[in-house]
Design a protein around this ligand. Sequence first.
Ligand SMILES: [Mg+2]
Length: 181
Amino acid sequence: MRIGVDIDGVVSDSYTFWLGELNRHYGKNVKEIHDYQMHLIFDVPWEDMNNFFIENVERLFMTPSPMPGARGALDRLRRAHQIYLVTARREVEEEITLRWLGLHKIPYDELMVVGDRNKAEVCLEYRLELFIEDYAGNAAKIAAAGVPVIILDAPYNRVDLPREVTRCYNWGQILQVINTR
Ligand SMILES: [Mg+2]
């Protein structure tokens, strides 16, 4: 099976690290990211937070740990499936993404840095048969395109989703769901 896998919040535990860094930068004490639009939680303009990410790209993208169990699970999956990492990161962030993946020895077949492109379109173009995602907006779009989705639970994605979206709480569960399909 050709499996698409998102990076931030799925393979990389980015949000845990970013929450601490954003609290420090903005002098706040936000406890959890309950909205995927992080600038809304911190009550700052999108451009402002975007600049913070651009200016601190090295630290913000290289420091996060992998999500617990992600590396082992991807290793297992790759024995029987192809893993396409599909991220909305920008093209200029491809090099740093490759370095982080190498640093943590994340197993995958192909990396696709798609920026603003609709991930549902990417799924269809690359004939992906399953997608693992954490952003509810993407999950709904991908499911609507006919591709089953596993959503890795997070405070910011606890909304009603189509039946084609299966919620999992960790990578162990994701493996179970894939193996029993
Ligand atoms: Mg994500």
